[in-house]
Design a protein around this ligand. Structure first.
Ligand code: GDP
Length: 139
């Protein structure tokens, strides 16, 4: 199987709780190579652009407020089957429904503040990597 890349974001709650190291450790222990990483404080426009697919959902406003509430850490991860495997590692959106041992089950407070983002398809991974890291999606 070919190597694949996915986009992860350590969300502002992950940074506030001082879990950056813990979540990066989990990523590496699960076999992902960290290709790029850039802590940044998103502007409202950047957060709205990233989550544009959700702009008509009732939680869009609170999602954007949360994502701009402090710095976050977008990163690019690589391994075989990276997109699907990373979704398994992070667990369901709602930590109450996330499988035991997943990052969200271990560390997320609720469905909105859920520690980490992971691309949900290879096509979205390419778009999302390009959104934060430009050409890295094409390597
Ligand atoms: P994901 O792919 O598991 O991250 O979930 P989605 O793509 O469905 O939603 C994107 C993000 O929006 C989630 O990770 C949450 O941070 C947020 N979100 C989703 N559903 C809700 C909700 O019902 N309430 C709130 N406050 N935030 C939500």
């Amino acid at each position: 199987m070919a190597l694949e890349r996915t986009l992860a974001i350590l969300k502002p709650d992950c940074v506030r709780k001082q879990l950056i190291g813990e979540v990066l450790r989990r990523m590496e222990a699960a076999g992902f190579r960290i290709c790029a990483l850039h802590m940044q404080h998103l502007s409202r426009a950047r957060a709205e652009g990233f989550y544009a697919v959700h702009r008509d959902r009732p939680f869009f406003g609170s999602l954007v407020e949360f994502m701009i509430s402090g710095p976050c850490v977008p990163l690019v991860l690589e391994k075989e089957n990276a997109v699907e495997d990373f979704r398994t590692v992070i667990g369901a959106t709602d930590p109450a429904e996330a499988a035991p041992g997943t990052i969200r089950a271990a560390h997320a407070d609720n469905k909105g503040e859920n520690i980490v983002h992971g691309s949900d398809s290879p096509a979205n991974a390419r778009t999302e990597i390009a959104y934060f890291f430009g050409d890295l999606s094409a390597d």
